[in-house]
Design a protein around this ligand. Structure first.
Ligand code: NAD
Length: 493
């Protein structure tokens, strides 16, 4: 049967269902970007608090900001925001229905309603998973991409924003005028200093609005904790829908199949209160920077390196890439030689063990994570996961970057939008037209891409030794393929 509030009880013999009251509870959290990850992570922690600790008034109001969220709106509406989570290990699968999202708003239909919801005194936290690109943050210049048409729209059309800044600004302005405490802005995206970044970009946006007093209020009063978030969560396809229907008898339009592993390390910095997340396994700490760096550089950086080279090598799934002996060795040596030496110590964590555990998780064939998903939105990911290690190596005497350069070479070759067999594929990235044009024009010469200022700083572009290394690897990828390029460098280090 289809999943919704009326049919929910009929599934209780097949799997655990929420038994808490979902009606009449307040929504203390407004979440922007209800994708797969939010529903496998924050919504699951909130579900555990509601189910096991009787937490009320902290349920979630989900919001879709993009036109593309219409499908999620329809699914959420049809299912009273209920959905199935399957934690799928190599051998076992653990499924349950999650009920912590109790409302969903589709912003393109009524932006004002979303702004008012965020400004409601019942809302204490506005959380975000809007992808790295959603922040309009240039890592290379560490500034807001103020010329992006969406940001320009938001500066001029407060009644119909396109980006999270337009929404956050208008909602905080309402709270400011009413004398309400500002909500906490809680980023759950994979970004270095995700909290600091979103707040700094919002303040930059506010300054462009030329209301100095209000910009100063945001700077002074709004908190935005940094965090490290982790759970591999592929996109839902018909395959997952069929699996959930066949196994548990639930017709679910938007199930989430994720790995069993889940982690959230969160800075304790909230302006308007927070739920007791410690009760459900969240590590609430004073400082998350070292955790964050470790995770972004090793897990996300490793993912990106495997993604582009693995795609060019012809693989479909990430577990297949992990099982390729050349790429597997490449990732281990890359981390050991060029990434781990840059990382500050994390209490109680051995980086080599962490890397091994990450590869072990990536080798899980049951979650069917695709190489294509890992490759999408590279303009948001590469500058945050991989390029920072290169910058740091370039600043060191005798810094090592040959293996990192192969990863960039893989990305650049991928950006031509044609695989090694000459077959075209789609590049999913907000910057796709610019990236593809530069990759095709440049070919074996990386300068066309390196000249894109929002992605690369002069430090990298003007370093002759690095550019020569990158050019060499790029030529090898073009002429002999990704695995030959990797092997060649592995022989040298
Ligand atoms: P998804 O594609 O399922 O959902 C992305 C959501 O972000 C959608 O609601 C979409 O509308 C919204 N979005 C995209 N671009 C936006 C923009 N410019 N402005 C506003 N909203 C925008 O993806 P997902 O798996 O939920 O991942 C989202 C993010 O979560 C990732 O980019 C990453 O930072 C973080 N994350 C994901 C995983 C994972 O394994 N999927 C793990 C850790 C962290």
């Amino acid at each position: 049967a289809s999943l919704n509030a009326k049919t929910l009880k009929s599934f209780q013999s097949a799997l655990p269902i929420p038994t808490y009251n979902r009606e009449g509870v307040k929504q203390g959290i407004v979440h922007l970007g209800v994708g797969a990850f939010h529903r496998s992570h924050l919504a699951v922690f909130m579900h555990r608090l509601m189910q096991d600790h009787n937490l009320k008034d902290w349920s979630i109001c989900g919001v879709g900001l993009m036109k593309a969220d219409a499908a999620m709106r329809d699914a959420m509406k049809a299912q009273d925001c209920l959905y199935t989570v399957v934690e799928r290990g190599i051998k076992d699968a653990n499924a349950y229905v999650v009920g912590s999202i109790t409302a969903y708003m589709y912003a393109p239909d009524d932006p004002r309603a979303v702004i008012e919801k965020m400004a409601s005194p019942d809302t204490h936290i506005v959380s975000l998973t809007v992808t790295e690109n959603g922040y309009y943050h240039s890592e290379a210049t560490n500034s807001l991409m103020a010329d992006a048409p969406e940001i320009v729209n938001d500066l001029n059309h407060p009644e119909k924003p396109d980006t999270l800044y337009g929404y956050l600004y208008e909602a905080l302005l309402l709270r400011y005028k009413k004398g309400l405490t500002p909500f906490t802005i809680m980023s759950c995206d994979n970004m270095p200093q995700n909290g600091v970044t979103v707040k700094t970009m919002l303040v930059a946006f506010a300054k462009l609005k030329k209301d100095e007093k209000f910009a100063a209020w945001i700077e002074d009063k709004v908190t935005s904790p940094n965090s490290m978030v982790d759970r591999v969560t592929p996109r839902c396809t018909d395959k997952e829908r069929k699996y959930v229907a066949d196994t548990w008898g639930i017709k679910d339009l938007c199930p989430v199949v994720a790995e069993p592993f889940i982690q959230w390390v969160l800075e304790d910095n909230f302006s308007d209160g927070r739920p007791p997340w410690e009760l459900v396994g969240v590590q609430v700490v004073k400082d998350v920077d070292s955790y964050e760096l470790m995770k972004l550089r090793l897990l996300n950086g490793g993912h990106s390196a495997m993604g582009y080279l693995g795609y060019l090598a012809g693989y479909t799934y990430i577990h297949e890439v992990v099982n390729d002996p050349t790429i597997n060795k490449y990732i281990r040596v890359l981390m050991h030689e060029e990434v781990i030496p840059l990382l500050p110590k994390v209490p109680g964590v051995d980086f080599e063990e962490y890397t091994a555990s990450v590869l072990e998780r990536f080798s899980n064939p049951a979650i069917q994570d695709t190489v294509a998903r890992i490759c999408l939105m590279g303009s948001g990911k590469m500058p945050k996961y991989v390029l920072p290690s290169i910058y740091e190596q370039l600043r060191k005497p005798n810094g090592k970057y040959k293996l990192l350069a192969v990863c960039v070479a893989g990305w650049f070759r991928y950006l031509t939008g044609v695989d090694m067999d000459g077959k075209p594929f789609e590049i999913e990235d907000p910057m796709a037209p610019i990236l593809k044009a530069a990759a095709v024009k440049g070919g074996r010469d990386p300068h066309e891409l390196l000249n894109i200022e929002v992605l690369f700083s002069p430090e990298i572009r003007e370093n002759k030794a690095f550019v020569a290394q990158l050019t060499h690897s790029l030529e090898t990828v073009y002429d002999k393929g990704p695995l030959a390029a990797v092997n060649e460098i592995l022989d040298q280090v």
